[in-house]
Write a protein that binds this ligand. Sequence first.
Ligand code: NAD
Length: 476
Amino acid sequence: MQLNYIGNENVASSSGRTLPVIDPSDGQPFDELQRSNAADIDAAVRAARHCFDTGWHKVSAAERGRLLYKLSQKIAEHVDELALIEQRDCGKPVKQARADALALVRYFEFYAGACDKLHGETIPYQDGYSVFTWREPHGVTGHIVPWNYPMQIFGRSVGGALAAGNVCVVKPSEDACLSLIRVAKLAAEVGFPPGALNIVTGFGHEVGDALARHPGVDHISFTGSPKVGTLIQQVAAERHCPVTLELGGKSPQIVFADADLGAAIPVLINAIVQNAGQTCSAGSRVLIDQAIYEPLLQRLGHAFEALRVGPAAMDLDVGPLIRQTQQQRVWDFLSDAHVAGIPMVAQGVVVDEAPEAGFYQAPTLLRDVPVDHRLAQEEVFGPVLAAMSFRDEDEAVALANATQFGLVAGIWTNDGGRQFRMAKRVRSGQVFINNYGAGGGVELPFGGVKSSGYGREKGFEALYGFTTLKTVAVKH
Ligand code: NAD
């Protein structure tokens, strides 16, 4: 049985209710977590505020950095354990779960080093004044985390918030809590004081909503769907609480005829099958120069047919989806594609060992997807790649920008001028040229434009969002 972690203690919810934890690989429950309520959120916010007011704000930046570094080292000692937890909780193949745990180490390592490098400025002003700025923490920050990369998203948002001097209340997804509860306990072991890092589990519409509404929360970092992001923004607006929104995407990979296809193909595939396509930055649309449309589709089709899907522990190319409703969502998209007559080029294979009750979906490549079809517009959040062709740069840009989203774009060309022209014209928070994701480096600021959200996490840039600027003018 998993309990909330508030003030460095295991605490049962005052609701007395629990939720099952389901293994996506076989669809079976294997643990329980607290179905918390607004009173539990209130307890966590009070614990955090108490911590901030009674000592945390006096901890020097260098000392905070040492604590974060100790935590990164502690997590490093527990990488295998954390990977195993996430593998079972989220159905992640072993290599993905390990990569996520290692990224968590790196986030805390990076932000440990950043704590004492965040500073204000002096401003030249009129004679007789000294003017300068301080970067101050917001105070209590609320973090609402999705299920697709719990450790990575916790690392980038909580790591940045703690580094900037905040204390945190975290609401993980009801589908993926276990690794984060464990990390909070590791934080207590290395010396984070009670209340600095609190975890409250439960449903979004119950505890997530209570966290977003709580008047004691000074900033909200939300990562999740555009629909819930809108709700968070509305709730926060009522009390003018600042928010960072990291939302969805329908990211294009744009492949020109002069691209190195041998280098591009494995990356195009990985960008849509990594984490079974349940990735905000999934390259879910491939826009192909018409000169190479047929041959590239043929090569991609062969690569899709070679993909194997199965239980997380088998560590194949693709694991299960997170839950049955997500599987149903992907089926609905594919059935709409069928009705619309969108041709399927190829599918991967679900292995015989995959239990019937697990949430599996074979990766699927579709072609000639009309730009206004929902497969070209909406986030599937599954391993489904929509291919379409373009004639020239103008049409490639028009197609790339023809969705409500603007998270990531991949551009594949060896023409230097075109690389820059395209990077400028595509509307997205990140552009990757002849790669996709740049290895996910924690140093690289990340965020969206349009309905993909606003604010930036990751990198040093995130620290500005987790602080507020105070201008001080002294008259001599
Ligand atoms: P979701 O919006 O359903 O849930 C995200 C979190 O919000 C969960 O913890 C959930 O419990 C909580 N929540 C749900 N309803 C709420 C409410 N009314 N009030 C407050 N909190 C509420 O998203 P999901 O299905 O967990 O995750 C998938 C989505 O997340 C996709 O759209 C994906 O693109 C997005 N995502 C974005 C990024 C990014 O960096 N841009 C990263 C990962 C995932």
